[in-house]
Every structure is written in C-alpha cells, then in structure tokens.
Design a protein around this ligand. Structure first.
Ligand SMILES: [Zn+2]
Length: 191
C-alpha cells in the first residue's frame, strides 16, 4: 500500500514514482530536489487495562467501527516511547490512569502497513470516562467480553490471547499477523 505524494514535502515541486538508485522499491521522488518520500509502517500502541477481574474497553465514537468495542490505543507520536504512547492513549480514550506491567502482543497488519504493540496494564483506580473518540468506557468481566461487537480483527485476536492466558494465569508475549480477508473493507482503519 503506497499513498500518492504528488508534490514534494520539502520544495513543493511535482514528484514521480520511480525506483531510486540503489533501491529496489518504487518511491515518490521529487523531480526538482530529488528528495525521496519514504513510507513506512505506523506503530499503534495501546493497553489492556486491568481492574481486579475486569478489563476496560471503550466504545468507538468514530468510524470505522462506530459503536463497537475496542482496547484503548492509537498511533505513536514522535518523541515518545511505546510505553508513553500506550499510557497516553489509554488516558485520552478512556480517562484511565494505568501502569504498564509487560508487553503482551506485537501484531503486524501488512495490508494497511500498521504494527500493533499492546501492553498489559493495571488501572491505578476504578476511574474512567468516555469522551472524544469514545462513546463510553466500561469494565467487563473476563466471561462477559462483547466478542461479537469488537471493532477489529486484530483486537479480537489480542483479546482471545489475553482471556486464554488469564484463564491459565500464565501470560506470554504473542506475535502474530492479520492477513487480508475478502470480507473486510479495504479502507485503512484508524485505531
Ligand atoms: Zn523537492
């Protein structure tokens, strides 16, 4: 998946799609200053917030997946660490303050060039809110996860691992891939 960059981000001149010297993939290269516009995967960071025997999920107030449940997460910002990004997204989307305990999963979504890094986290207290990109946040018991109303396949996969690990009280790091599926819209999903 390559997003067209018609004009140079440095000088504004038109670009053309070509393989730069010494490279093996086509890139948008500026016709004037030769600046190469590399495109690389985006990292999505988030948490699985735990409070006693509950997990905090948030219901999306934006498309895609409006009205469906997801884990708090979003794109990393420049200048922050993965842990800082995951904590920030949890506060922004659920109003919950968490402490990260461990890395839980790394999932590649090559079709949309995203990598999800999710962390186990303990909520500091039972405080949470909706707002912004979230209609509501809610604590769910492990046996009451709204499986049919989870927003994305990657969230479904991560939650499956988590509930399974929790049932055995043995948590490990899960590395996986969400492959393209024909029953899924091609639109890139913003976490
Ligand atoms: Zn240029």
């Amino acid at each position: 998946m390559i997003v067209p960059t018609h004009f140079c981000s440095l000088c504004g001149a038109p670009t053309s799609l070509r393989v730069p010297f010494g490279d093996d993939l086509p890139r948008f290269v500026c016709n004037a200053c030769e600046h190469i516009h590399y495109q690389n995967p985006k990292i999505v960071v988030g948490t699985i917030p735990q409070w006693e025997d509950h997990i905090l999920l948030c219901r999306r107030a934006i498309e895609p997946g409006y009205g469906q449940w997801t884990l708090p997460g979003g794109f990393m910002e420049n200048g922050e660490t993965v842990e800082q990004g995951a904590i920030r997204e949890t506060l922004e989307e659920c109003g919950a303050e968490v402490d990260i305990t461990s890395l839980f999963s790394i999932y590649s979504l090559p079709r949309i060039s995203q990598v999800y890094m999710m962390f186990c986290a303990n909520m500091r207290d039972a405080t949470f809110t909706g707002g912004g990109e979230t209609l509501e946040a809610k604590l769910f018991r492990h046996d009451a996860i709204p499986w049919d109303a989870l927003a994305f396949r990657v969230i479904h996969a991560i939650m499956n691992h988590y509930i399974d690990d929790a049932a055995h009280n043995s948590f490990s790091i899960h590395i996986g891939t969400i492959l393209p599926s024909s029953d899924e819209p091609l639109a890139s999903h913003a976490p």
